[in-house]
Design a protein around this ligand. Structure first.
Ligand code: SF4
Ligand code: SF4
Length: 539
């Protein structure tokens, strides 16, 4: 059977979000990009079971009900015309963030770092968004985004409203801890078509570690009740379990089937990823060993709608700090926001593969490059998005091995072999974070630096072995040490005597409070920035 390729030249890099299907690389001459999942639906596909056309054909041919994956593949099938600045309004992939509150603190989730004000969507916004999207052709909606839907008491009312408006498929994802029998009956009786429990470890102790709450037994009871209520009520809703796999759980898939196989229609596994760029530490601390993805695919700006609890249109449902807001439904219609200049700008960025400065770049390329919000007036400033302290400390406290963070303070105005030696030693101990002195910090104890902070940063961040460069605002290291809680601080032995001895002792004492230590490689004799500068001044 031959299948027509559905993506045009230039679209191919973002054609697939089933990025871990493992298909062989694309052989099409037109495909210049090294895409995340090369050409999974074109005629060169060697694994038709992961192909959306195949899924569609299977459902039509067999008459069997679509699996969860089938639904996703079918949604994407034949939608090549989406990749334009003005794509048709989505018929599905419509998510409403009823609230951004959550009762759990999953290890991989940016919710634990979120600084955005917690709130819930106004009832009039829920109704308005549901009605507008329906009028524009959307027929499926989900009630979840960054929060836990069961924290919202009005959830059954909103499900009933969506069904009354005419939505054919209403669904939600929950961690299940608050889904008591009473609440389950309420949402099912309101007309819910499917419910997915996100269970990120299949046994109690690991669950407690990953979710940050000892709710495993309660969640299993709630899952059992869902199955029981389906039998009792005769209602044909679907029950799914999703497991976001980390390096701690990637080998526990079998246990999922043992524990939940008889209770649910399907178990879906996803490999953890950096949460739309909000959790770059996942790369170092949580990523599965089996995950070889280099580049993530994404269709969201073209075929998904997410309305945040504040009533903003976001490109992405996991937009913890509103970095990807493109419109405000308090001031404009959903249609205006979907076709707004800002939304078109984002689509253009995706189509030209030029995402620099956007958090999507961090997401797609798995990096932690600096990112700015699309509309700063709607975003919450969070300087700690790239701080891995919380996750690292949780792993450390649980006694698992992990990639250590090594803090190396320096001024680096004139980079010499002493710096290189220190950085080399530090890199042997873990990921190196250079605490680079600000210009003011240098001025407080040395003459004016030759290079300003940005120039020095550009040099240091390009030295092999350096993972991060952060600004150190004072000569005293305490603020940055407290903020990042490194496992190790590396400093040459030159600070043992003289004016820095006091700073040294303070750093040692501070690090000890969280089990950190100071490592002091031998000071490289004969090289000193101060001496170099003195020579230069003398001429
Ligand atoms: S993954 Fe879901 S349940 Fe876990 S903390 Fe994040 S929002 Fe809450
Ligand atoms: S962060 Fe951007 S690239 Fe990543 S999934 Fe969301 S919209 Fe797509």
């Amino acid at each position: 059977m031959s299948r027509a390729p559905i993506f045009k030249k230039g679209d191919i890099y973002m054609s697939c979000d089933n990025s871990r299907c493992g298909n062989t690389p694309c052989k099409k001459p037109m495909c210049k990009k090294k895409c995340c999942c090369p050409d999974l639906i074109c005629a060169n596909c060697h694994k038709p079971e992961s192909c959306e056309y195949f899924a569609k054909g299977r459902v039509q041919a067999t008459g069997k009900e679509a699996t969860l994956q089938d639904r996703v593949r079918m949604k994407k099938a034949g939608r090549a015309n989406l990749y334009s600045l003005t794509p048709p309004f989505p018929t599905s992939n419509f998510l409403l963030e009823l609230s951004n509150a959550c009762n759990h603190a999953c290890l991989f989730c940016a919710h634990q770092k979120m600084k955005r004000k917690v709130g819930k969507m106004k009832p009039e916004m829920v109704e308005s968004a549901l009605r507008q999207a329906y009028e524009l052709g959307t027929r499926e909606c989900g009630f979840y985004a960054t929060g836990e839907p069961f924290v919202v008491p009005e959830l059954p009312e909103y499900i009933a409203l969506a069904k009354k408006i005419g939505y054919t498929y209403v669904y939600l994802t929950s961690n299940g801890a608050l889904a008591t029998p009473e609440k389950i009956r309420a949402v099912i009786d309101a007309g819910l078509d499917s419910i997915k429990f996100s269970i990120n470890a299949p046994e109690r102790e690991m669950y407690k570690f990953i979710h940050g709450k000892d709710d495993f037994d309660a969640v299993v009871e709630h899952l059992k009740y869902l199955t029981q209520y389906r039998k009792e009520s005769g209602k044909n809703f679907k029950i799914y379990v999703t497991g976001i796999l980390t390096r701690f759980t990637e080998n526990m898939r079998g246990t999922y089937f043992e524990k939940f196989g008889d209770l649910v229609d399907q178990i879906v596994f996803k490999l953890v990823y950096n949460q739309g760029g909000y959790m770059p530490e996942i790369e170092h601390l949580l990523k599965c060993e089996c995950d070889t993805e280099k580049r993530r695919g994404c269709n969201l700006p073209f075929d998904a709608i997410c309305v945040t609890q504040e009533g903003y249109l976001s490109v992405e449902n996991a937009d913890y700090e509103n970095m990807l807001i493109v419109g405000d439904l308090n001031k404009q219609t959903l249609k205006e926001a979907w076709y707004s200049d800002k939304m078109k700008e984002v689509r253009q960025m995706f189509m030209s593969d030029c995402l620099d400065g956007c958090i999507c770049d961090c997401c797609i390329h798995h990096n932690d490059a600096p990112a700015e919000p699309l509309m700063p007036e709607y975003a919450t400033k969070n300087d700690d998005i790239f701080n891995d302290k919380l996750v690292r400390m949780r792993i450390k406290e649980a006694g698992f091995p992990y990639s250590k963070l090594v803090y190396v303070p320096m001024a680096a105005d004139i980079v010499h072999p002493g710096h290189i030696n220190i950085l080399k030693q530090a890199a042997k101990l873990g990921r190196v974070m250079v605490g680079l002195f600000s210009d003011e910090a240098i001025r407080s104890y040395k003459p004016e630096p030759y290079m300003n902070f940005e120039q020095r940063k550009a040099v240091i961040e390009n030295i092999k072995g350096v993972t991060y460069v952060v600004k150190q605002e004072t000569k005293d290291y305490s603020d940055n040490l407290k903020r990042f809680q490194p496992d190790i601080m590396v400093h040459g032995t030159d600070w043992r005597k003289g004016p820095l001895a006091e700073v040294r002792q303070k750093a040692i004492d501070l690090l000890a409070t969280w089990g950190g230590e100071v490592v002091e490689p031998e000071y490289t004799q004969g090289v000193s920035s101060t001496e170099f500068k003195a020579k230069v001044r003398k001429g």
